[in-house]
Design a protein around this ligand. Structure first.
Ligand code: AMP
Ligand code: GLY
Length: 422
């Protein structure tokens, strides 16, 4: 089997690495990939949103399965295009990808499905948004751009005044362009966050092991929001009882409602959850693997990933007899460029990756890297996801940070408290 992975981050390197180890897999290509996917697979110089060229590559290179990492091509309809041309691809259709592509659509589905989530209302007119905020007591609110905003479209506001200013920035000042021409204003939820990822084939739902991301840039969850500065799996906060609740009250009704509404969901359903005093509530849905959750979760997966994704893409997940997991936890620490999540420089020479990789049960997943001759250079904000397993979360954390200590470049930094919440 030949596989094409679309994307170029840490999640995609993890997918390439894992898929390349699967039985019956001959070649794993990555478009466009990074310096890590070039080692564990073969890079193809096509951008992740160039649907036409991706399709042509898949046709002419006997690709048996395409796996899409990021949300942008999914929301743009890459699955519909491939399927129209008889190419097998893992991911949701354009209509189903709106669960991530439009927060208003996502909220509508949750409402129809009776899924617990923050109370919310969507607006396109600033005066109406302001009037709504004025009518609320001075409580914290969350203002979200409806469309994709590269993880930056959410403003958590201390009170209505801040909420009004966020609404003005999005609806009037076009802070997020067209993505912010509709906004969703919602209730602020308190609790701990957890990510639940499930593989779905339109019908059958197979939840993966739990994980927790670290969204804020600095230790103790301070600083600006990022794409994610580290993750660990499993998340002990999600007990078996809570997991049952999540499956019964969130995953099943959502997938059922998507089918009833005429947009059966296939791919990864990623539920970003707040574990509140009233039980788990959905903060948002994503329609792909989380990054860096995938690094921590997939490192622990023992079942053949190529088989899982191939069955899911064929609507045959029910044939799978459950998943096997490594009991030991995994911790992923993201190493980032100076300045991230703001502007940062590229092209710094990275050293120590090979030494870190030699450590047992450790893998350095590349995110923003490129190679130049034998050297690996920084090429993004999140540069590496250093991931290790251990007998306990504490041991996995220690191993991950031991590996981090072996890697250097000018301006490298990372959080030092990944997994402490566990
Ligand atoms: P999102 O991009 O939707 O994942 O939101 C980014 C972050 O904002 C989440 O990980 C939460 O920490 C926070 N957030 C989003 N919505 C809410 C909410 N309704 N209540 C509290 N925090 C939220
Ligand atoms: N780690 C958050 C995300 O993938 O959206």
């Amino acid at each position: 089997m030949n596989i094409l992975v679309v994307g170029q981050g840490g999640r995609e390197h993890t997918l390439v690495w894992k898929l390349a180890q699967c039985g019956g897999v001959e070649k794993v290509y990555c478009a466009p990939g990074n310096a890590g996917t070039a080692v564990d697979g073969e890079n193809v110089n096509i951008a992740a949103d160039d649907l036409g060229r991706l399709m042509s590559f898949a046709k002419h290179n006997d690709i048996d399965l395409t796996v899409v990492g990021p949300e942008v091509p999914l929301v743009a309809g890459i699955v519909d295009e491939f399927e129209t041309h008889g190419l097998k691809i893992f991911g949701p259709t354009k209509a189903a990808a709106r669960l991530e592509g439009s927060k208003a659509f996502s909220k509508e589905i949750m409402k129809k499905a009776g899924v617990p989530t923050a109370a919310s209302k969507s607006f396109t007119r600033l005066e109406e948004a302001h009037a709504y905020l004025d009518a609320l007591e001075d409580v914290p609110v969350v203002v979200k751009a409806d469309g994709l905003a590269a993880g930056k479209g959410v403003h958590v506001c201390k009170n209505c005044t801040e909420g009004k200013s966020a609404a003005t920035q999005m609806l009037q000042d076009d802070l997020f362009g067209t993505a912010g021409q509709r906004i969703v204003i919602e209730e602020f939820l308190e609790g701990h966050e957890a990510s639940i990822l499930a593989i779905v084939d339109g019908d059958t739902i197979i939840p993966l092991e739990t994980s927790q991301d670290h969204k804020r840039a600095h230790d103790s969850d301070l600083g600006p929001n990022t794409g994610g500065m580290g993750a660990y799996s499993p998340a002990p906060l999600v007990t078996d009882g809570i997991m049952d609740d999540i499956i019964r009250r969130i995953l099943v009704p959502t997938i059922h409602t998507m089918r009833v509404e005429g947009h059966p969901f296939s791919g990864v359903l990623y539920a970003g959850l707040m574990l509140t005093q009233q039980g788990p509530k959905v903060i948002e849905y994503n329609v792909r693997f989380g990054d860096p959750e995938a690094q921590a979760v997939l490192m622990r997966l023992k079942t053949d990933l190529a088989q899982i994704l191939s069955l899911a893409a064929s609507g045959r997940l029910a044939e799978l007899e459950g998943l096997e997991w490594e009991e030991r936890p995994a911790v992923c620490v993201v190493m980032a460029s100076d300045g991230y999540p703001g502007s940062y420089s590229k092209g710094q020479v990275i050293s120590g990756i090979a030494e870190a990789d030699r450590q047992t049960d450790t893998k350095v997943f590349h995110a923003g890297t490129t190679d130049k001759g034998l050297r690996v250079l920084t090429d993004g904000g999140r540069v590496l996801g250093v991931t290790a397993m251990g007998d306990s979360i504490a041991a996995a954390k220690q191993a991950a940070y031991q590996a981090v200590a072996k890697i250097t470049w000018d301006g490298a930094w990372n959080r030092s408290d990944i997994s402490d919440k566990a």
